[in-house]
Write a protein that binds this ligand. Structure first.
Ligand code: PHE
Length: 329
């Protein structure tokens, strides 16, 4: 009996040394510690010994049991902690998880296209603040104090002298105060109007202003530039027209419409921009001699351009942040 006990102990120890994986340890548990394992067998044999023999072996067999259980537990917890360390093990069989990264908003995409066309014909890009002075937004642009033309643009006033710009035209003033002619810039940006929100108008929208000041700038050049721009954006078969219009800061002034035929609907003219020759009063306000220089300016609505380009008929959808809409582009 003593020899058997020693044997089990010896074999157990040597088996345990070889263990490096949980399944190997499990084999050892079954071999020695399970209900039919070697330890149980020893106990069975022990039970059937005559009384005085039991006395002889009892202690050894109990010591063996303790040793086996203790060593088993030790190895088990060692294996578990080393497994925890290796938890970053990559399982190559898992299906991929698609990363959801954002995309450029359709308005920004349209803006990018507009910018790149104008850069291609020699315009550089400028920006100005959305919080503007009444002076830059109206006064310097030839809207006198209580002139009714101010009603053309319902304004969010901050106080007596500041407001959220109602158009990008105040940046014309900023640019002309800073640069000397020849000036050839476009100014993209957000503008704000206190209007009832509908499918056609929103309290916030985007414009791209254009300004060209030099000697001998003509209305013909203005028209030529805008037509060439629109055809690059919409294709050379674009149908367009210019209508005479009024802006306090340009004279003469016009608006440009493009033909829009949404699928399955009646076609219609869509106004996309206002334009004209920079009014001599505006040049005077920024200290440019109107006898020597002339200029043209235009301001286009980016949402309008995008509506036509992507066949959308409700301006509000640009601002809803609905992923179902945004991910289509
Ligand atoms: N600022 C005008 C508007 O918002 C557009 C415009 C810009 C017209 C430049 C003429 C010249 O309606």
């Amino acid at each position: 009996m003593i020899a058997k006990i020693a044997d089990v102990e010896k074999n157990f120890k040597s088996d345990l040394k070889k263990v490096s994986q949980p399944n190997e340890l499990e084999e050892i548990r079954i071999k020695y510690l399970s209900r039919k394992g070697l330890l149980t067998q020893l106990f069975e044999e022990f039970k059937s010994l005559p009384r005085e023999e039991k006395h002889k072996y009892g202690q050894s067999i109990n010591e063996l049991k303790e040793l086996l259980l203790k060593s088993y537990d030790e190895i088990k917890s060692k294996l578990e902690s080393s497994q925890a360390k290796n938890e970053t093990v990559i399982d190559y069989t898992l299906p991929e998880r698609k990363k959801q990264i954002g995309s450029k908003h359709i308005l920004i995409q349209t803006l990018d296209e507009i910018k790149s066309i104008f850069k291609g014909i020699g315009f550089s890009v400028y920006e100005g603040p959305e919080l503007e002075s009444d002076y830059n937004n109206f006064e310097a642009l030839n809207f006198p104090g209580d002139h009714p033309a101010r009603d053309m643009q319902d304004t969010f006033f901050i106080n007596e002298s500041f407001l959220l710009r109602t158009h990008t035209s105040p940046v014309q003033i900023r640019v002309m105060q800073q640069l000397k002619p020849p000036i050839r810039v476009i100014v993209p940006g957000k503008v704000y109007r206190n209007e009832a929100i509908s499918a056609k108008s929103y309290c916030l929208f985007h414009q791209v202003e254009g300004l060209y000041v030099d000697t001998d700038v003509t209305f013909t050049e203005l028209k030529g530039t805008l037509v060439s721009f629109a055809k690059q954006l919409y294709g050379s078969d674009l149908k367009y027209r210019f209508r005479a219009s009024f802006f306090p800061f340009t004279e003469p002034s016009a608006e440009m419409d493009i033909w829009w035929q949404p699928a399955g609907k009646e076609g219609r003219w869509l106004e996309i921009l206002g334009c004209g020759m920079v009014d001599p009063n505006v040049l005077k306000n920024v200290g440019i001699d109107p006898e020597k220089y002339t200029g043209y300016a235009f301001g286009m609505g980016v949402e309008r351009m995008a509506l036509r380009k992507y066949g959308i008929d409700d301006i509000r959808i640009f601002f809803d942040n609905d992923k179902r809409f945004l991910t289509q582009f």
